[in-house]
Design a protein around this ligand. Structure first.
Ligand code: ADP
Ligand code: 5GP
Length: 205
């Protein structure tokens, strides 16, 4: 939490396997005050995932009830499953003046772009398609069928990258992590986020 500036909403998208989760974990380590939103999903839990930590795992009927009740700031169907971000996370972060990082797909990012002013959009790219496939296979979390679907979807997702504010190419992990951290650091210095501090500490007549 900070008391000098307004909170920033960072929205991160990437084709599956590009390394978004890995990079975002590094950001949460580097910036302990950066908040994480736990999305709701109808996707089955993967080995090692924990309900309430990685996702809130819910069935389709519960998800539909939440949609109907307007509980999501954005939601989308991705790779055949539903995913959504609860509005309460955004409200709590805004009240606390905290920065929040959302890891969501391009459809969800578009909904945020259309509803929230000043969010910062970051797209994580793999160095190339061959490496993307290697990473999806190397992760050993998805079947061949799921991997094939994710690779097909990757083309459409990358076609959205042009409207994001920043592109982080995840080639070498350490260097990509440094560039990602530089984006967060630079955004935190934006005048518009620090105008209250400027006016209160250095008010001129
Ligand atoms: P995403 O969240 O975008 O689907 P992950 O973070 O799960 O992707 O990464 C996919 C796989 O690629 C994981 O096995 C991860 O360890 C690996 N990985 C991530 N970044 C790199 C990198 N820069 N170089 C090599 N492997 C990476
Ligand atoms: P995975 O199943 O690999 O965890 O995630 C699949 C995709 O769903 C990723 O692109 C991820 O960013 C996206 N995703 C995760 N949570 C949300 C969410 O709350 N909303 C949207 N729109 N996409 C999400």
């Amino acid at each position: 939490m900070n008391n000098q500036r307004t909170g920033i909403l960072f929205v991160v998208s990437a084709p599956s396997g590009a390394g978004k989760t890995t990079l975002c974990r590094e950001m949460f380590d580097k910036f302990p005050d950066l908040r994480h939103s736990v999305s709701f999903t109808t996707r089955p839990k993967r080995a090692g995932e924990v309900d309430g930590i990685d996702y809130h795992f819910v069935d389709r009927s519960r998800f539909d009830v939440m949609v109907a009740a307007g509980e999501f700031i954005e939601w989308a169907e991705v790779h055949g499953n539903c995913y959504g971000t609860a509005l309460t996370f955004l409200r709590q972060a805004a009240v606390a003046g905290a920065d929040l990082l959302l890891e969501i797909d391009c459809q969800g990012a578009c909904q945020i772009r259309d509803s929230i002013e000043d969010a910062v959009f970051i797209f994580v790219l793999p160095p190339d398609f061959a490496e993307l496939e290697r990473r999806l296979r190397g992760r050993e979390t998805d079947s061949d069928e799921v991997i094939a679907q994710r690779l097909t979807n990757a083309q459409g997702e990358i076609s959205q990258a042009h409207w994001y504010d920043y592109l982080v190419i995840n080639d070498n992990l350490e260097e990509a992590s440094q560039r990602f951290a530089a984006v967060i650091g630079a955004e935190r210095c934006r005048t518009r986020h620090l105008s209250d501090f400027l006016n209160q500490q250095f008010a001129t007549t």
